[in-house]
Design a protein around this ligand. Structure first.
Ligand code: NAD
Ligand code: IPM
Ligand code: MN
Length: 350
């Protein structure tokens, strides 16, 4: 028998609604003999406004003892002056990604049969974005001077280290070896961001010498957005930096059935720290509290979680249950809980 120690950070807005359904499905998916032991961490904007705390060192330390973290979404009302400057997003979500060295932000994209793409002729959409998770402009390196004057200068510096780029590029090549098409596309902007671009391109070139079976390709990020819309089937594994990866994966979600289906894993491949799984979407304040959110993205994130913990059969069964649920989805609107119940019921049948 095995116990999975799972930390839950439901967060804000629709976060708690989708996490409830994800946990329901996760518990239905694990084989007998495996227990999911959840511990709730009520962190986020709501908690900050009540307690003044975002993520203290003690909580951060407590989280280290878990096998994995499941997060819903964080972020409150963007017009609330107390939440200005993304203090929750940076102080909680990014802090966890950085502290737990989640250098791989894994974002698979698939157009499941039965899901509708806004593209009239999408073809096969089945690729995975390996987004770097600990560098780029997300590091917070930069600053402003002469703020509020006509001479204001505002800088965000994108940090790219040889160490950081190489480890995520290696992960992307390894991912490509597991896939049928064995193709890797570097996405960057080497025609303008020449310093970082050169580092990324040289790293991909060097590592590719060790992977003769992997077909390597390059696209500028602007052109990549064209092809994601006009010919998404050309993509298999995309490796890219933190900011490009953020933007591309919302687009990837949009072409593959919507943001309500897009899952992600913030992975620490070394296993030094717990990895963290979350839907790609945010707290969606426009639909929060109404049972309107699609929990599928959170549910598919538990498939990534199970896979990461070595429970590959349980992971595959979650994906299979989601696949059949999506295929059976008609035009009838279901509540968040109804979707979770339906997917959990499919698991219980097996
Ligand atoms: P968002 O993803 O929350 O919402 C964008 C649009 O997608 C909205 O119309 C929303 O209703 C819809 N949507 C999102 N998830 C959905 C779901 N599961 N089912 C159906 N519709 C869904 O992005 P945003 O509006 O830019 O951000 C809102 C807040 O969330 C901000 O505070 C932002 O910083 C934060 N955010 C957090 C995370 C995270 O915690 N990982 C990710 C993105 C944004
Ligand atoms: C995401 C989100 C985050 C990001 C924000 C909320 C900091 O958009 O997970 O995609 O930019 O990484
Ligand atoms: Mn994003």
């Amino acid at each position: 028998s095995r116990t999975i120690k799972l930390a839950l950070i439901p967060g804000d807005g629709i976060g708690p609604e989708v996490v409830t359904e994800a946990v329901k499905v996760l518990k239905a998916a694990v084989p007998s003999g495996v227990t999911v032991d959840t511990t709730l961490f009520p962190l986020g904007a709501t908690n900050f406004l009540e307690t003044g705390e975002i993520l203290n060192e003690e909580t951060l330390n407590d989280l280290k003892a878990f096998d994995a973290i499941l997060l819903g979404a964080v972020g409150g009302d963007p017009r609330d002056p107390r939440l200005k400057g993304g203090i929750i997003e940076r102080g909680l979500l990014l802090k966890l990604r950085f502290a737990f060295d989640h250098y791989v932000n894994l974002r698979p994209t698939r157009l499941f049969p039965g899901s509708e793409s806004p593209l009239s002729n999408p073809g096969t959409v089945d690729f995975v974005v390996v987004r770097e998770g600990t560098e780029g402009p997300y590091v917070g390196n930069g600053g402003s001077i002469r703020v509020g004057t006509p001479h204001e200068v505002a800088n965000e510096v994108s940090v790219n280290t040889a160490y950081g780029v190489e480890r995520v590029v290696r992960f992307a090549f390894e991912t490509a070896t597991t896939r049928q098409r064995k193709k890797l596309t570097l996405v960057h902007k080497t025609n303008v961001l020449v310093n970082a671009g050169s580092l990324w391109q040289r790293t991909v070139d060097a590592v590719s010498a060790e992977y003769p079976d992997i077909l390597v390709d390059y696209l500028h990020v602007d052109a990549a957005t064209i092809f994601l819309v006009t010919d998404p089937s050309r993509f298999d594994v995309i490796v890219t930096d933190n900011l490009f990866g953020d933007i591309l994966t919302d687009l990837a979600a949009a072409i593959s059935g919507g943001i309500g289906l897009a899952a992600s894993g913030n992975i620490n491949p070394d296993g030094t720290y717990p990895s963290m799984f979350e839907p790609v979407h945010g707290s969606a304040p426009d639909i929060a509290g109404k049972q309107l959110a699609d929990p599928t993205a959170a549910i598919l994130s538990t498939a990534l979680l199970l896979d990461h913990l070595g429970l590959t059969d349980a992971s595959a069964s979650v994906t299979a249950a989601v696949t059949s649920d999506l295929a059976a989805r008609g035009t009838t609107r279901r509540s968040t809980a109804e979707v979770g119940d339906a997917i959990a019921a499919r698991l219980a049948q097996n």
